[in-house]
Design a protein around this ligand. Structure first.
Ligand code: SF4
Length: 400
């Protein structure tokens, strides 16, 4: 478990005005932190930090390295004494910035204060999309900055967006392939949402920008995650974090459109789990007329709710489509044979339906296949084919 100590640097260093950005809203803060405030804020996490495996100080919200160099040093000087190597309780300092605000002098400054992780807001690797989004940098800037940061030994994170103006599903998939080619240590994926007081909002209200639906964004993000997994790149986050003003549309929210959901990552994992379960059931020829009425999914308890879906929507969907009566979720130490033994007796027949797992291997690392068992009751009475159940082992690769 990682404890992130957030220090927001709202808009201060950013010379741009990207069409989707109202950084004061997204960061949840409207003023720059003063010198003493940073140290006091970090210090306030000291006791809580003991409960975590790793502690990060993260400067987010603006473009850190576009701030005046003296100000950067000022913030980093306040944070550096809290690093473990300086006798503190923090493992690493993380900053986020723009691809065109990194050069060797900047990298040297960050190294001087032991910044360990640098995240670049790449957003897209399509120059047309970048121009329409008024990003003010190109894909080549991202390539050059990524290379420089890796050569200087930083852990590299690349932030990307889907559904920006001018983007198509294919251009977003190409962006993921290009991002993967930069070999970042991790990525974040943010579906574009429309917030008040932005150019994108004005375009949206004029009908000139149509955001993706939540369903389409979930499907697309699933495909993007697959690309990253195949390249061994972890996805640190999918979807914007909820803040006071970034929340589902409604009173107090600055969100006026687009696929915002406070648990967007869970929507993607649930979508993948449902797809895997459906494929397994189809591979085992389960249908409403077949004798199989029960599905048991074995997975890590932290993913139980992903498997069942929000408000058990996955479970209900499977019951309806495949005629199942029971859907159970059990922890990984469960042995499939043990389930049957407890219920009815000895397993006398086993048939395994193989499932193509390759498309699930980014977080559903393994779908072991559906095992169809026929049981004999403890009495020894011949009751073959009395109980049939599908056992499916789903393994999610953990997120960073
Ligand atoms: S570069 Fe970042 S902070 Fe600046 S306007 Fe664009 S999104 Fe906002």
């Amino acid at each position: 478990m990682i404890l992130v100590i957030p220090i927001f640097v709202p808009h201060a260093g950013c010379p741009h005005d990207c069409c989707f950005c109202n950084q004061k809203i997204i960061s949840g803060s409207t003023k720059l932190p003063r010198e003493g405030e940073i140290a006091a804020k970090i210090e306030s996490f000291r006791s809580e930090a003991q409960r975590y495996d790793e502690v990060e100080i993260a400067f987010f919200g603006g473009s850190f390295t576009a701030i005046e160099p003296a100000s950067q040093e000022h913030y980093l000087k306040a944070a550096a004494p809290f690093l473990k190597k300086n006798g503190g309780f923090v493992d690493v300092i993380r900053i986020s910035t723009r691809p065109d605000a990194i050069d060797q002098i900047t990298a040297e400054r960050l190294k001087k204060y032991s910044v360990g992780i640098v995240e670049l807001g790449a957003q897209s690797m399509d120059d047309k999309v970048l121009a329409l989004s008024e990003r003010g940098h190109t894909a080549e800037d991202t390539r050059a900055a990524s290379k420089l940061l890796k050569e200087n030994g930083f852990v590299l994170g690349l932030q990307t967006m889907t559904g920006l103006p001018g983007a198509t599903e294919e251009s977003d998939l190409n962006t993921a392939r290009e991002i993967a080619a930069q070999k970042p240590d991790f990525v974040r994926i943010y579906p574009t949402i429309v917030v008040k007081n932005t150019k994108l909002c004005r375009d949206y209200e004029a009908g000139a920008y149509i955001p993706m639906s939540t369903e389409a964004a979930v499907r697309l993000c699933s495909k993007l995650c697959e690309i990253y997994a195949k390249n061994g790149i972890s996805v640190a986050r999918i979807g914007l974090q909820s803040t006071g003003s970034i929340s589902r549309e409604g009173a107090g929210s600055e969100v006026v459109g687009g696929p915002y959901h406070e648990a967007f990552g869970q929507l993607v994992r649930s979508y993948d789990a449902l797809s895997a379960m459906k494929d397994a059931l189809c591979a085992a020829s389960v249908n409403p007329g077949s004798p199989v009425k029960s599905l048991t999914v074995i997975t890590n308890p932290i993913y139980f709710s992903d498997v069942l879906g929000q408000s058990r929507c996955n479970a209900e969907s499977l019951k309806k489509e495949f005629g199942l009566l029971h859907i159970n979720v059990l922890p990984p130490e469960t042995e499939p044979e043990e389930i049957f033994r407890k219920r009815a007796g000895r397993v006398t027949e086993e048939k395994t339906a193989s499932v193509d797992v390759s498309k699930y291997d980014y977080r559903l690392a393994k779908v072991s296949g559906a095992a169809l068992y026929t049981l004999k009751q403890p009495t020894g009475k011949e009751t073959s084919r009395e109980l049939r159940e599908i056992i499916l082992r789903l393994e999610f690769k953990s997120m960073r």
